[in-house]
Design a protein around this ligand. Structure first.
Ligand code: SF4
Length: 536
């Protein structure tokens, strides 16, 4: 039996699998197949698109498990997710479709896909998929996600981006709040914790395959992992969190990145003392450049009420202050240790023109108070069946297109840009930038991190070159940086990013320089401004 996993990538409120991220799903599925004594192929959708050979190979396989679904769409630099439209163009002998994509299939889609020999396994899929595999492969074994996680960890070696990957680690599923009108997390029901030992074993197993970057991200609220769920708002367990982090480092001492994804601001507002202790643990036991994505969704009380949103404006403001208090200090990679990020969802029930003004006022207040936000995510709601938003539909999305556009533009110009200037001032050195895509004279690079900052580095660098560069300028949500230039060999166009054309000509005429003092004589008053960007 020949079986392949085709990773079309996922993006959910609490799970990311677009490279450099690897979601838990392909690892679990690979582990399931290993448990059933099948050595599966693993192919990413980007690799599949590029290679005729792989396409031909997979078309002869007995079964292809396709993972896909973008529930919270974003912009991706590391890969292009598989869309429903593209799915129709894939041809295999027999395939199984899993992932959040199944939540957006209409009856017609389901019929058409079945006609194309797709078996659709609804989300969440793990147990149902395992049952299907047992029948299809005519084998037998017991279902154990923790066991599959360990067995499947070696699949990362088959990923084209290995070892420059961030493994998304699942600690629990579901959301204690679970009521927001638009959110698909309700599908997981009551929160279900993963045994911490199983989580630690999985991290260690991935570490042993060579993975050094981790995100404890596959949960809706990091603070409530192993919390006391007998309260309406679960009470965080600070002691447990400290020992959990210590154990990670004990087992995996050479981790380069340890980050998280989501925090529910309501937990911080409800339990400031316990949360403060965990925030300190995060600052001291995770790595700098860390971000807690928090959902405000709307700063309009009317929208908050009508959509059952978890936290109100005051609670979110308090959570932002709490994280800033301990997390805003700059770490060894050039970024603050730990900062909050804020999500807005546009098109919800009760939204009016005033909502956009309130949203903007909230952000302006945060900026004026000197608080730092690492990321402001503004997206239009994507509606799924079985959510209260389904009945309401895209009415407000369509009605408020104009307001959405201008709100976004205003936030990018008046909030994001000044915030970035505070976050990474000109001259700040950002270390370990991984070059990803190059476009003529600019190479786009990012640190391997949760919500990494996009950096346009001046110069043409090969993919996977790692470099340190200093900030020289700002885009709306990105920055420009430059690797210190050797004044004797830098190209004129590179120097023009630092000094005027006229001065570049003068610098070149006076080459070669024996010492930085010689450069100082030529650059005169400009020297002070550029001294950190050049060397002899
Ligand atoms: S708080 Fe609301 S938006 Fe966040 S995960 Fe829970 S239900 Fe979803």
């Amino acid at each position: 039996m020949k079986v392949a996993i085709l990773d079309g990538y996922v993006d959910e409120p609490s799970c990311l699998g677009v490279p450099p991220y690897v979601a838990p799903y392909p690892r679990y599925i690979y582990g399931m197949l290993k448990c059933l004594k099948i050595e599966a192929e693993y192919v990413t959708i980007d690799l599949y698109r590029q290679s005729k050979e792989i396409q031909n190979k997979l078309s002869s396989f007995d079964l292809v498990v396709v993972i896909a679904g973008i529930a919270v769409p974003g912009k991706y630099l590391g890969g292009k997710p598989l869309s429903l439209k593209e799915l129709y163009s894939l041809r295999f002998k027999k395939s199984v479709l899993v992932g959040p994509i199944t939540l957006e299939l209409t009856k017609k889609d389901r019929k058409n896909l079945e006609y194309l020999e797709y078996e659709i396994v609804d989300f969440p899929f793990e147990e149902k998929l395992f049952e299907y595999l047992i029948k299809f492969l005519k084998r037998d074994a017991k279902f154990s996600l923790d066991k599959f996680a360990i067995l499947g960890s070696e699949v990362v070696k088959k990923h084209p981006e290995y070892p420059y990957l961030i493994c998304e680690i699942e600690s629990y599923r579901g959301c204690y709040w679970g009521k927001c009108s638009f959110c698909i997390e309700r599908i997981h029901g009551e929160p279900e914790m993963r045994n911490p030992k199983a989580v630690l074993d999985e991290i260690e197993s991935l570490y042993n395959t060579g993975i050094r970057h981790f995100r404890l991200g596959r949960q809706t609220d990091f603070l409530t992992y192993m919390a006391d769920f007998s309260y309406d708002v679960p009470k965080p367990n600070a002691e447990f969190m400290k020992s959990f982090h210590r154990e990670i480092w004990k087992r995996c001492p050479k981790i380069k990145v340890l980050h998280l994804d989501n925090i529910n601001p309501k937990t911080i507002a409800e339990y400031p003392g316990e949360s403060e202790k965990i925030i300190k643990t995060i600052v001291t036991h995770q790595t700098p450049g860390n971000v807690a994505a928090m959902g405000l969704e709307s700063a309009d009380e009317r929208v908050i009420k009508q959509n059952n949103l978890a936290a109100n404006v005051d609670e979110v403001r308090f959570a932002i202050e709490s994280i800033n208090k301990y997390g805003r200090f700059v770490g060894y990679n050039g970024l603050p240790y730990f900062l909050p990020g804020i999500n807005f969802v546009i098109g919800l029930k009760g939204e009016t023109k005033k909502t956009f003004e309130k949203n903007f006022e909230f952000l302006k207040e945060i900026l004026d108070a000197g608080l730092l936000l690492r990321r402001i995510n503004i997206r239009q709601v994507k509606i799924f069946e079985n959510t209260p938003m389904h009945k309401f539909g895209y009415k407000n999305v369509n009605r408020h297109k104009k307001y959405f556009k201008s709100f976004k533009k205003r936030v990018r110009e008046e909030i994001d840009k000044p915030m970035l200037k505070k976050l990474v001032p000109v001259g700040r050195k950002l270390v370990n930038l991984r070059c990803e895509v190059n476009d003529k004279r600019i190479t786009y690079a990012r640190q391997l991190a949760t919500y990494p900052l996009l950096v346009g580095v001046i110069g043409k660098y090969e993919k996977n070159t790692f470099l340190d560069a200093r900030v020289i300028d700002y885009g709306m949500r990105s920055i420009m940086a430059i690797e210190p230039l050797n004044i004797n060999s830098a190209e004129p166009w590179q120097l023009e990013y630092l000094i005027s054309k006229k001065l570049v000509a003068k610098v070149i005429l006076n080459r070669p320089y024996k010492s930085i003092e010689d450069v100082k004589e030529v650059l005169k008053d400009n020297f002070q401004r550029v001294k950190d960007f050049i060397y002899v």
